[in-house]
Write a protein that binds this ligand. Structure first.
Ligand SMILES: [Zn+2]
Length: 158
């Protein structure tokens, strides 16, 4: 599935927008805007109607354009607001399944408190877990532990 990239400059930085306004501005469904919010687009607060700052919209779409050029090392997650890879606050992240091979890490940027999201493969999770404290869903705990058991079996048998 190919991501559509939107012109970051559509939004006026000094305005705030409702989800509906963002949807009509970028000619997308409201569900798409909610997906952006889930993917790290900041909202002003949790009150309704939800408002999004123009400058956050601009930053979010600029970040999507440049995201591929920025490489996060293990232990870092890309912050859309800072536009840089960040070590999460407290070296902590939550994670949930995207599918059986891909996970989504959710953490807080230490500099701007923005929610950061990062997709990682299950295969890479172990590497990342050495760098940060990841709260695993119950089901995954089992998978990771059994993976680890096979990797470490030599050590454990000794
Ligand atoms: Zn940040």
């Amino acid at each position: 599935m190919k991501k559509r990239l939107h012109n970051p400059n559509l939004a006026k930085i000094h305005r705030s927008y409702t989800v509906e306004e963002v949807a009509s501005l970028y000619v997308v469904y409201k569900g798409t805007v909610r997906a952006w919010i889930k993917a790290g687009l900041s909202t002003i607060n949790d009150k309704r109607p939800m408002l999004i700052l123009g400058r956050d919209l601009v930053a979010f779409h600029q970040a999507r354009r440049t995201k591929n050029k920025q490489t996060c090392r293990p232990g870092e997650i890309y912050c859309v607001r800072c536009r840089a890879p960040k070590v999460p606050a407290g070296d902590m992240a939550d994670c949930n399944f995207v599918n059986d091979k891909i996970l989504n890490l959710v953490a807080i940027c230490p500099d701007c408190d923005t929610i950061m999201n990062q997709r990682v493969s299950l295969a890479k999770l172990e590497l990342i877990r050495r760098k940060m404290d990841i709260s695993l869903p119950q089901a995954l705990q089992h998978i990771v532990d059994s993976n680890q058991a096979s990797v470490n079996s030599d050590l454990k048998q000794g």
